[in-house]
Design a protein around this ligand. Sequence first.
Ligand code: OOG
Ligand code: NI
Length: 485
Amino acid sequence: MAGLCHPASAPPIFGYIMSNMNYSGNPSFVGSDEVRARFSQAMSAMYRQEVPQYGTLVDLVADINRDALNADPVLHARLERAGELDRLDVERHGAIRVGTAAELETLRRLFAVMGMEPVGYYDLSVAGVPVHSTAFRPVGDAALLVNPFRVFTSLLRLELITDPALRQKAADILARRNIFTPRALELIAQCEAAGGLSAADADAFVQEALETFRWHSTATVDAQTYRALQSSHRLVADVVCFRGPHINHLTPRTLDIDAAQAAMPARGMDAKDVVEGPPRRNCPILLRQTSFKALQETVRFTDDEGAHTARFGEIEQRGVALTRKGRALYDALLNEVRDMRSAGSAADDYSQRLEQAFRAFPDDHGALQAQGLAFYRYSLTAIGQVQAGAGDADISLELLLAQGWVHADPITYEDFLPVSAAGIFQSNLGGEEQKQYQANAAQQAFEAALGARVHDEIALYEAAQQRSIAQLRAALRGALTAEVA
Ligand code: OOG
Ligand code: NI
């Protein structure tokens, strides 16, 4: 059955979880989109309390988005047509890091309750970060419009700790903790069995799930263990030494990341040096990100007091999703300007070199569309709706666009970028040292730990584009039939 939650007894290793399809028709169940919206809101409220600077960042982004929409009626119209205006104010992503396969697998089940499925595989070891990751997010067109909340989720790769005794110690510490409340586990199982949750159970689920992501200022280890793990990699200490995988940042979406970056210092935020991702363009592509640096926080070890840096705030600007061809061009141009092994490093002329290299990437939607570099959703224009009956159902998309009968609206990129993610990790770990690991993507091992395959993100955009073309063709045929009759 394609239910709200997937039965625990049958991990969908051979297929995708269709958790956005609505559940077993029980009208008293709350839809998964609604549970996700409530959870994302609760998480944002909790993080505002935990990290007040994040609240300042959200307020700044709201101001900048209002200015950007007022200044650009075309952008306003496009976002409105795409249904994205409403989601803009609630849009967030967050990130967590876990230590074991069992933790990752239960997280997959927890996110499934909220219609969030694993999308994409990111190997961060190439950039000196000993984790690999996926993003849990909604995948359906309608679900994305309601609330696109995503959680970038990383699994620590203990095998990359070189000292065998330390590796064993970390594994032992992780084996002793349970990051989920008993009630959260019950509600996940109940949702899987019944196909949904009632309103009261959904509220309880949100509260219980929140506990997993809460910050704990008391570590579970002594100061010496913390330091030993930290010397292996700062991230190892962050994952291993605490009771749970505290949410380490939340990220609102801005329509003008350069304006937001420039305004951060005036509001007391220590902004990261460079904006990750592509340069500023007329037609934004993929994702650009920046953050304020992680705060130093006091923590209590079992025997002493110390400080830990982990939690920060980030902003992102999203653009059009790229096809495989577009992504290959993006990766090639980015590689020209930066060395993968030193992601996050900011040479003084970095922005200039980036802009220079990206002159080779077409910067108008007509060219991006015609050259098959980006994905679009096609729909009839007002003229198209009037004229369609006079046409021919098999008329080419090119001609339809040229005649002004069809709009091509950019499909927003909903995912992440590994080089950018590495830059975000690095600038927020504190400390200057740069580790190197052998690059070794291990998607199969990751999926085995997860208990499911991850979606191929590009295939999802391709399918969304195809659905819009099929709808367009159906509308054209409908208009023709009406004309003939
Ligand atoms: C995740 C960093 C990656 C992004 O937006 O690319 C990320 C982390 O620091 O755990 O969130
Ligand atoms: Ni992030």
